[in-house]
Every structure is written in C-alpha cells, then in structure tokens.
Design a protein around this ligand. Sequence first.
Ligand code: DX5
Ligand code: ZN
Length: 224
Amino acid sequence: MAPRLIIAPSILAADFTRLGEEVRAVDAAGADWIHIDVMDGRFVPNLTYGAKVIETVRRLTTLPLDVHLMVLEPEQYFDSFAEAGADILTIHQETAPHLHRQLARIRELGCKAAVTINPSTPVSTLVDVATDVDMILIMSVNPGFGGQRFIPRTLEKVRQARQLLDAAGNRGAMIEVDGGISRATIASCWRAGADTFVAGNAIFAAADPRAEIGALRTLCQETV
Ligand code: DX5
Ligand code: ZN
C-alpha cells in the first residue's frame, strides 16, 4: 500500500471573487483536503473568515475540510464550525491551556482533533496529549499570512513529532506542515516524517493547479 500523502490547498490564497470556481478547480485537480485558515486578529495579526465560509465551502466540495483555528479561546467556535461542516479542527497549543479537554470536545463533536505549535513552541509541549490527537501540525511559518518563507528548523520538529507519536504508540496520527510549502520544500518535510501538506500560494498561484499538485505529490513519492 502506498504511504498516506495528503495535499491540502489553503483557500487563503484563492481569489475570493471566484471562490466557488477556485474550490471546484482544486478539487478537480486532485486535492485531498481543503484547508481553511480562521484568524481572529488577536492571536494572529490578521482577520479572515469563520463559520459562514466553512459552510459555503462545504456546499462546494465533498473533500474533508481541514479547519485551522488561529484564534484565542478556540473552544468558542467548536460547535458552530462542526455544524458548518468542518471535518478536522486544529487548535494552537499556545491558545489552549486545557488542551486535553479541548481535544476531547472536538472528538465528541465528531471531528478529527488536531493540535498545532508555532515555530517557537517546542514539540515537547505535546507529550501529554500524544494519544489524544488525530494529527499534529508543525507550523513552518509564524501564522497569520500566506506567502511566507519556510523555516528550516521545522524539519527537526517534524522528526521530533514523529518520534513522540511513535513512542506513544499513536501510529494513526498524521503530521501536517503549513507555511511555505512548495516544490522546493515539500520533499524534505516528507523525508522528516510529515504526510500532510498545506499549500496556499504554491497551488492557487500556479497556472495549472493539477500539474502543481501532481508535482508536489511526485516529489514525495520519488523520495520514498
Ligand atoms: C498561515 C496559514 C497557512 C497559509 C499557507 O498562517 O496557516 O495555511 O495559508 O500559505 P502558503 O502556502 O502560501 O505559505
Ligand atoms: Zn493554516
């Protein structure tokens, strides 16, 4: 069986005057998930969208919706985002003092529960929730904006996250990377142990999203 490899285009880089076409295009181009970046202008210095956009994208595609909550008090949004059609809810360790309870609540709502850490937050902060997560997202940029440069230190953190999950016996959990993923960076993340890749600009700014998704996938598969 081929190893799991998920490509999740982030609609942050989409043309919102044509959101419907953009989502349908990446779906048809072979995307596995759609990544939705929710920002509150408090945890991160930018504001984006919430339940209304999740619900809109839900009507455009049957692909899993991977919702990244860059917000303070993320638990305020769990119910409405699950109701709007989110499949995966990812919360920041930095915003979640009751991480164990918050992850359990996400699962109770029928969503996959994921936790993410900023570039300056150590992987070791996740050791006590290693069996409570369906996915760990290692941020490869400081969250808030698309189009930033990949931070190389991410690779070591991906390796550590994989070790942490293995040591906990959580072999089903995925490791995602988000920020600056492109043809230049994806294979090194894959080799380090990531299996799930968010890409905004790399896919939406490409002349041919299908070719781009195919190229990203091939770069990983070639290094198996
Ligand atoms: C950054 C967001 C990312 C962003 C990635 O805060 O979490 O998901 O959309 O964009 P690119 O792939 O353009 O770096
Ligand atoms: Zn994101």
